[in-house]
Write a protein that binds this ligand. Structure first.
Ligand SMILES: NC(=O)c1ccc[n+]([C@@H]2O[C@H](COP(=O)([O-])OP(=O)(O)OC[C@H]3O[C@@H](n4cnc5c(N)ncnc54)[C@H](O)[C@@H]3O)[C@@H](O)[C@H]2O)c1
Length: 319
């Protein structure tokens, strides 16, 4: 395997740190840009990774990219919170659109640059109910966050049309895994509440569905995407729908906790059903998701048990 230079923006985040765990098993050189706004460097603890703490919108980031001259960029750094994107639309656009453009334009100046892999999202489809959604399905973003991802895809496509800029935009379904507490998706939220014997809240009937994909499958997909020869957009998903009620039941069973959820009115703007076809990405890479929701949740339990054991061992040390 020829040694290449990988730059991961947002490498200290939830998905980025999983990508790094996979990449450090390879001989490639690894570089990270992260401003640590939501990411945490202590997750990584690997000397082989060169971390530049800076903002993707900064001149420092441009200079770093020029110096590193990466072959591949996996661009994950973003403002990822949908409510924040609604409350602070300019900030969201600044980080997600202008920040991405900053990184993209810097990559265009790198000689021998091979591919830009962009973390897009199912949020670009918004409330499109023509399930399962494929890459040709109409984009109908319902939030500034979804809009920003859609805009970035268009900038990438435009640059490919203008001068063959090689890219691949992956539209992730709902990613779950061992997230830090501050970053709650529905699975982390239910898990945390139930583990503390508290009843989680289900908004609406709970019959609304999502396509849940385990973070390890996403990390693998991001690395495989560098070898896709045809620029374009690809869904990365399980192609399975699970209702919020089923998620609640699965986690309750795994933790062996019997509690009724608190039921509240549906939230405005919530997508009702979501499911993404992963056919195109499978055909392009041979990738298959390793985990279905049940096995992903079991793996999550294993990771969390190890963490607890580790924390208990450390707190047993008498000074
Ligand atoms: N987690 C999901 O369910 C999901 C779904 C679809 C798409 N995505 C996309 O995947 C990517 C990674 O998401 P995540 O869940 O790991 O989020 P995360 O918040 O855990 O990671 C984002 C990382 O980017 C860094 N960052 C943020 N703004 C920055 C800036 N201006 N300059 C430099 N670094 C900055 C943060 O410190 C963090 O380490 C994002 O682009 C997100 O939009 C995530």
């Amino acid at each position: 395997m020829r040694k290449k230079r990988f730059l991961i923006t947002g490498g200290c985040g939830f998905i980025g740190s999983q990508v790094l765990k996979n990449l450090i098993k390879t001989p490639h050189e690894i570089f990270v840009i992260d401003n640590l706004s939501t990411g945490d460097w202590s997750w990584i603890l690997e000397r082989r990774i060169d971390l530049k703490i800076c903002d993707i919108r900064s001149k420092d980031a441009l200079n770093y990219i020029a110096n590193v001259a990466p072959h591949y960029v996996i661009h994950l750094a973003a403002q990822t919170d949908i409510p924040t994107s609604i409350e602070q639309q300019q900030l969201d656009a600044d980080i997600n659109i202008l920040g991405t453009l900053n990184v993209l334009l810097a990559c265009k100046k790198v000689a021998n640059f091979e591919r830009f892999v962009f973390a897009s999202s199912a949020a670009v489809y918004g409330n499109n109910t023509d399930l399962p959604l494929n890459e040709e399905s109409q984009k109908q973003p319902q939030s500034p966050y979804g809009m920003s991802k859609s805009m970035c895809e268009q900038y990438l496509s435009l640059n490919e049309n203008m001068d063959g800029f090689p890219y691949c935009a992956l539209r992730f379904a709902n990613v779950y895994g061992n997230k830090p507490l501050a970053k709650k998706d529905v699975i982390s939220n239910f898990w945390d509440k139930l583990a503390h014997q508290k009843a989680p809240t289900i908004f609406g009937s709970g019959k609304q569905t999502r396509d849940f994909i385990f973070v390890e499958d996403i990390a693998e997909a991001l690395i495989l995407a560098i070898d896709i020869k045809k620029s374009g957009v690809y869904n990365v998903s399980t192609n399975e729908q699970t209702s919020i009620n089923e998620v609640f039941q699965n986690i309750s069973n795994l933790l062996q906790i019997e509690l009724d959820p608190v039921r509240k009115a549906p939230r405005l703007g919530d997508v009702y059903n979501s499911c993404l076809s992963n056919q195109k990405f499978k055909e392009a890479t041979g990738w298959e998701p390793t985990y279905i929701l049940q096995t992903g949740l079991e793996k999550l339990r294993e990771i969390k048990m190890k963490e607890t054991l580790h924390a208990t061992k450390n707190s047993d040390v008498v000074i």
